[in-house]
Design a protein around this ligand. Structure first.
Ligand code: RIB
Length: 298
């Protein structure tokens, strides 16, 4: 069984479904509200577990009313939460999300996630040492991202850096990643480049292999040489929240099958994830991914 360690954020997502996005200063009547488990780290952990991996999460929650439910949500999906710590006198991370026409707008308040420190990585180092792959995103302090990259790299464990939300990083950190998985905007930010620059040029300029996500257009990937394209899979989109997280998780889980296969399965998994409401609502099981791959030979 593929052993995955996820380092990252755990949030409660407060989701409002609206007929459209409100203009600044406008009040709209929404259609539906739900609170569901989210956070890029938690989502990636759950998506990887649903796809059959043995998943260990390194993260934190606060000591508020959301915390027990956030922990339980991970546990019920089979994610090992031994290294999910509680930060006292602190609220758990939250994300206020508006969904309209299958798209979303998100405001994240990190809360406890801002207290996930390098010492948490040191405590869980033994997990990283024997992982098949490590996933890390950027809703946590950057020094913790760095500690994760350095620890995994020192033990020759492939680390997949999902640079979301976008921030600029030292080039040396990117060289520690086995792959980075940005979208175009995130890659431009990482490289300090113009957002309008052709993404294929950006991919060639990156100091490490890149898997670039392009939403419904699928993904592009480059180890060396020219970037290759994997088309997206056609589905009816309900909510795109968590699609990137599902992509990253599937990519990590299927990486041992080779880069093109991992990207193809990641695109199929991400497509399935947008067919239901909530970040984790549509995250697929392997049989659903296989069925989509057979139906659509993208
Ligand atoms: O990637 C989607 C996630 O981003 C949401 O679940 C929300 O919590 C934010 O962290």
């Amino acid at each position: 069984m593929t052993r995955i360690v996820v380092v990252g954020s755990i949030n409660m997502d407060l989701v409002t479904v609206a007929p459209r996005f409100p203009a600044p200063g406008e009040t709209l009547l929404g259609e539906r509200f739900l609170s569901v488990h989210g956070g890029k780290g938690g989502n990636q952990a759950v998506a990887a577990a649903r796809l059959g991996a043995d998943v260990h999460m390194i993260g934190v929650v606060g000591d508020d009313a959301f915390a027990p439910s956030l922990r339980e949500g991970l546990k019920q999906e089979g994610v090992d939460i031994t290294h999910v710590a509680t930060i006292e006198r602190c609220s758990s991370g939250t994300a206020s999300i508006t969904v309209a026409g299958g798209e979303n707008e998100i405001v994240v308040v990190p809360g406890a996630n801002a207290q996930l420190h390098p010492s948490h990585i040191t405590k869980a180092q033994h997990l990283i040492e024997c992982a098949d792959a490590v996933l890390v995103q950027m809703e946590i302090p950057l020094e913790t991202v760095e500690a994760t990259l350095r620890t995994a790299h020192a033990h020759h464990v492939p680390v997949i850096l999902n640079p979301a939300p976008a921030r600029q990083l030292p080039m040396e950190w990117l060289q520690l990643a086995r792959y980075i998985t940005p979208n175009q905007h995130e890659l431009a930010t990482l490289l300090g480049a113009d957002a309008g620059e052709d993404f294929r040029h950006l991919m060639r300029r990156a100091p490490c292999p890149v898997v670039l996500t392009r939403g419904v257009e699928g993904a592009w990937f480059r180890e060396e040489g020219e970037p290759q394209h994997q088309p997206g899979f056609a589905v009816e989109a309900v909510d795109s929240t968590g699609a990137g997280d599902t992509f990253n998780a599937a990519f990590a889980v299927f990486l041992h099958e080779g880069l093109p296969v991992a990207v193809r399965k990641a695109c199929a998994s991400a497509a399935l994830s947008v067919t239901r409401l909530g970040a984790r609502g549509g995250m697929p099981h392997p049989a659903e991914v296989d069925a989509l791959l057979q139906r659509q030979h993208a």
